[in-house]
Design a protein around this ligand. Sequence first.
Ligand SMILES: N[C@@H](CCC(=O)N[C@@H](CS)C(=O)NCC(=O)O)C(=O)O
Length: 206
Amino acid sequence: MPKLVFTYFDFDGGRGEAARLAMHLGGIAFEDKRIPGKDWPALRDKMPFQAMPVLEVDGKMITQSNTINRYLGKLAGLYPKDDWQAALVDEVMDAVEDVSTKIGNTMALEAEAKKKAREALAAGPITRFLQQIEARLKAGGGEWFVEKRLTIADLKCFLWIRWLKSGALDHVPADIVEQHAPLLAKHLERVKNHPKIAAYYAARGK
Ligand SMILES: N[C@@H](CCC(=O)N[C@@H](CS)C(=O)NCC(=O)O)C(=O)O
């Protein structure tokens, strides 16, 4: 196994969390470098694309959250070997990334503009992405996206749904998942209650 150093912000979510969970589930040793927000400005220019997450593999850096997720998914046994099943995993991860970016783009807006943008997202893209991603879960049998087992796609989706349901997104109804994608609400519970994931968050006091 290569020596892995994973660098991301110091919170248990966002673009870095699926990678951390994958390494934990796979029993893969890694250095978990958690960067407090206040230290980010000094670090920013040291990162290839001035962003995180970044993974160092035997001293070589790789960026882009879904690239890292795929790489670690393979190491952890959480990524399909079959090309079609792998494409289905990629589709879910990239869709979640797209819609998360749309939501992320509203973070810095001032109050009235944020309200308008979030309401439009809730009525449009968020609802559509929920329905489309739920359809993919259904196509996989309703419990997991592919191969009737947990893969990196389940982790990526779980984190997005957890974010939507957290109530942290003003102007996005906290019950939007139940309204439009009840299977994804159940999927959240399934992933959250996976024994290793439950133990991981319990150990982190979450
Ligand atoms: N396409 C990149 C986006 C990375 C990205 O925007 N990361 C955010 C955190 S989630 C970041 O580093 N923001 C700090 C900044 O832009 O200064 C990926 O998927 O990893």
